[in-house]
Design a protein around this ligand. Structure first.
Ligand SMILES: [Zn+2]
Length: 454
């Protein structure tokens, strides 16, 4: 369940992620350069530190580094560097079970290690599939292939920032990894809409960073954070009470909010979500992408969660309807209302359980019912089948240890300073939407899809 949510957070920000990815990795090959024996001799003996690369002493070696080009195969690359065909064939054979040479991918770093005093074109060829490991093709003495995992250190680091243009730029300025954006968006999915941050929003975060040889290569868990959104501080304290529901606020409440089981008191479910069913009015098979709840006229309809109204109007098929965006992952819609509750218009903030309208049969419907529709990451899904996250608060058993852990984290966060404000380049105080990405489109039905009746 937790894993699914983490994924949802990542999917929600996928546009941003892709951009960061290309920006950081780039697609051009790095120019190969030569390093090794200095050209000039010195008369003063100096103790030089041993130069070690990939576990080899390369003090007296020549190292050629580069990145794999598009459509460049392992064999081509080795051949280009003078490795004889017979040696390539032996190496590829001996790679079996160690490294799948078909996984040789463009843009990955590689290095040839050569002894200038030797006639061998390369003593070792090293390929790095990821920062976490490398593969050594050894050509000196006997040919062998080995795969080496680098030791990963986990260190706790802190970061803070003030939103002035987009969260992306703010995080870049604070030297944090782009992955932190996704992780924070996931932790705060129900409190902060990361696509609509406000100028002046700010955060402090304590998190785990993975490092290899001192260089950051990824991030682990967020251990604690405070995010001030529209001047309200939202605390997140990591704590495991054995339910996998791990972030709690300063009162011990879960940061994961649960939706109401149903948006109204209903008589019965008259039609379930189905990708294909016989339509009683149109007399043909078609998808029903909602759940129909039969209920008396004017039964109050409630928002299943906190959110912002994005549509509240009449349309030919939907009748009077309201659509609510809860966060970057979930959106819900309520159709065929007799009347939309007063004050409902795009931009209106609603609370969980708030009345948003009343049951009717407007639009394409013959009986009084509510058609309830549910989107997850832009795709319509069956609301009644969603495994929504548990949202249990800290239990009595864990109250005392949580209080201690929480206080320690709040003290740590209090010690972190916010960065000083950057130079103002514009005075636009409007909502900042730089990180907005195109919403995922439904793969199933367009908005104008006629609805149905019991
Ligand atoms: Zn329906």
């Amino acid at each position: 369940m937790k894993k699914g949510l983490a994924l949802a957070g990542v999917v929600g920000l996928v546009g941003l992620t892709v951009w960061l990815g290309t920006r950081f990795v780039g697609t051009e090959a790095v120019d190969a350069h030569w390093v090794g024996t200095p050209d000039t001799l010195t008369t003063v003996p100096v103790m030089e530190p041993l130069r070690v690369m990939y576990g080899f002493d390369v003090d007296r070696k020549r190292v050629v580094e580069g990145r794999v080009q598009r459509n460049q195969f392992l064999g081509d690359l080795l051949e280009d560097h003078g490795v004889p065909f017979e040696a390539i064939r032996t190496a590829v054979n001996r790679a079996e079970g160690v490294f799948d040479v078909r996984r040789f991918a463009s843009n990955k770093p590689y290095a040839f290690i050569t002894d200038p005093d030797s006639t061998l074109p390369a003593e070792q060829f090293v390929y790095e599939p990821s920062p976490f490991e490398y593969v050594v093709f050894n050509f000196v003495d006997s040919i062998y292939v080995s795969r080496v995992r680098r030791p990963v250190d986990t260190v706790e680091v802190i970061s803070s920032g003030v939103i002035y243009s987009s969260l992306y730029e703010t995080l870049m300025d604070s030297d944090a990894l782009p992955q932190l954006v996704n992780t924070m968006a996931d932790v705060y999915a129900w409190q902060v809409d990361f696509f609509h941050l406000q100028k002046g929003d700010r955060y402090k975060v304590v998190y785990e960073e993975y490092r290899i040889e001192g260089k950051p290569v990824g991030i682990g868990r967020i251990l604690g954070a405070v995010f001030e959104h529209q001047n309200s501080p939202y605390y997140a304290v990591y704590y495991d009470q054995g339910q996998g529901d791990v972030y709690f606020d300063e009162e011990g409440g879960s940061l994961r909010k649960q939706f109401l089981k149903a948006p109204l008191d209903y008589t019965r479910i008259s039609s379930r979500y189905s990708p294909r069913r016989f339509h009683p009015v149109q007399r043909r098979y078609k998808a029903h992408l909602g759940t129909d709840y039969a209920a008396p006229r004017n039964t109050p309809i409630r928002s299943v969660g906190d959110g912002v109204v994005i549509e509240a109007k009449y349309s030919q098929y939907n009748g009077n309807y309201v659509k609510i965006r809860h966060n970057s992952v979930y959106t819900t819609q309520y159709l065929h209302m007799n009347k939309i509750a007063s004050g409902m218009k795009p931009g209106t903030r609603v609370r969980q359980g708030q009345e948003i309208g009343y049951v009717g049969k407007t639009g394409l419907a013959t009986g009084y019912h509510l058609c309830y529709r549910f989107w997850k990451n832009g795709v319509q899904v069956d609301a009644t089948k969603q495994e929504l996250p548990a949202s249990e608060p800290i239990s009595e058993d864990h109250a005392a240890p949580y209080a201690i852990a929480k206080q320690a984290m709040l003290d740590r966060l209090a010690e972190i300073a916010y960065p000083s404000a950057p130079l103002e380049t514009d005075t636009d105080e409007e909502e900042i939407t730089d990180v907005e990405t195109a919403p995922a489109t439904s793969s199933v039905a367009p908005q104008a899809e006629p609805d149905d009746m019991p």
